[in-house]
Design a protein around this ligand. Structure first.
Ligand code: NAD
Length: 367
């Protein structure tokens, strides 16, 4: 089986972190029988400079045909003043929209070697491994009406609409239960059913899908505000958190902070599996970091671990994904750091040096 990948490095540090990822891809191809063909294209500001738009139809066609898209980052100050529809970020939004990526998976992993980088006590975060499954295309960010109006009285009024259809909850619940089966087999479904009817429908629907299709997975209900508290109080009691678009936005950033650096965190955005095909895009959670672009300073780990998520979720290669996690853990335990996670007494590496170290660790662990 040969996997078809589309690589979109994008702007800023995107090309550097994607160079690093390409080397890891090469390693998996040579040493673990990962057969792939990769196409490359432009997205974001670089696409605007070349083609006059942040995502071309030709690039979108490649994305729709690929088994998975590996995305770097987009954006930069030189494009800040462009009209909204030409901004680099529209390229990413078009990819998410056209591929119908309704599920966002964000792990919050705290590598033991970095437990002191968190703002929480080391014993609270050491060994932390949470996965947030966030609904990405519905809820209050998209619900209509959405308006800001001036009333006859002269007073302004703003309306956002929180709206969920049962089918939107069903499909994201399935993603969370499937993901849980690959991990700790435990889902905490976070909503506000005490005050919101969308929360009532959320809870009822999640339980229906659970009872009918995933009775082997442990399910607990948790109010979203309590979930926010548990994340800082006892985060290791949580495994998979299933939640809507708004709560997921907030809870995933809170969880990211537990782990110390945004240069370490990967993500996956998935669509619905149809005829065996799963639309999927993998990207680091950080942006294009224009302040350090082109200087060999970027931490490539978030992007490399995004490829690890691709191995797991797109291709079911869980052992290969676990090997990559272990390689990163080993490199950190050996004291290697990029600038963003540098600690006293450790060895500072650039993007290429960190990638070399990860490849060396992969070789060592592969035996
Ligand atoms: P950012 O994530 O790019 O950077 C925030 C800070 O973290 C910076 O100091 C940066 O140097 C550092 N940083 C980020 N990633 C790093 C890495 N891998 N290694 C080391 N340090 C890293 O966020 P920002 O500064 O708010 O945004 C910069 C640009 O990126 C903007 O144009 C923004 O719109 C865009 N952006 C894009 C995405 C995306 O492509 N998905 C996401 C967020 C922001």
């Amino acid at each position: 089986m040969t996997y078809n990948l589309l690589i979109l490095p994008g702007d800023g540090i995107g090309p550097e972190i994607m160079d690093a990822t390409r080397r890891v891809l090469g390693w998996y191809s040579a040493k673990r029988g990962f057969a792939y063909e990769a196409e490359e294209d432009l997205v974001g500001g670089i696409s605007y400079e070349t083609h006059g738009e942040p995502a071309t139809d030709a690039m979108m066609a490649k994305a729709l045909a690929a088994d998975a898209v590996l995305f770097g980052s987009v954006g930069g100050p030189q494009w800040d003043k462009l009209p909204f529809h030409l901004k680099p970020e529209r390229g990413l939004l078009r990819l998410r929209g056209d591929l119908k990526l309704f599920a966002n998976l964000r792990p919050a992993l705290c590598f033991d070697a970095l437990k002191d980088a968190s703002t929480l006590k080391p014993e609270i975060v050491a060994g932390l491994d949470i996965l947030i499954v966030r609904e990405l295309t519905g809820g209050v960010y998209f619900g209509q009406p959405k308006e800001l109006v001036t009333l006859a009285s002269g007073e302004k009024r703003a309306v956002d609409t929180q709206i969920y259809y049962a089918h939107e909850i069903e499909r994201i619940a399935r993603v969370a239960f499937e993901a849980a089966r690959l991990r700790g087999n435990k889902v905490a479904s976070a909503e506000k059913s005490n005050v919101m009817v969308t929360g009532v429908l959320w809870r009822e629907t999640v339980h229906r899908i659970h009872d009918a299709e995933y009775p082997d997975v442990q399910l607990i209900d948790i109010l979203a505000d309590n979930c926010a508290m548990q994340l800082v109080r006892a985060p290791k009691t949580l495994d998979v958190i299933l939640t809507d678009n708004l709560f997921g936005d907030i809870l995933s950033d809170e969880a990211a902070q537990l782990t110390g650096s945004i240069g370490m965190l990967p993500s996956a955005s998935l669509g619905a599996r149809t005829d065996g095909r799963l639309p999927a895009l993998y990207e680091p959670i950080h942006g294009s970091a224009p302040d350090i672009a082109g200087k060999d300073l970027a931490n490539p780990i978030a992007t490399i671990l995004s490829f690890g998520m691709c191995l797991k979720y797109s291709f079911g290669r869980t052992a290969d994904a676990a090997l990559l996690d272990k390689a990163v853990e080993r490199v950190l335990a050996e004291g290697y750091r990029t600038g963003d996670i540098m600690q006293p007494g450790m060895t500072k590496l650039g993007t290429a040096g960190m990638t070399d170290a990860i490849l060396k660790a992969l070789d060592a662990l592969n035996g």
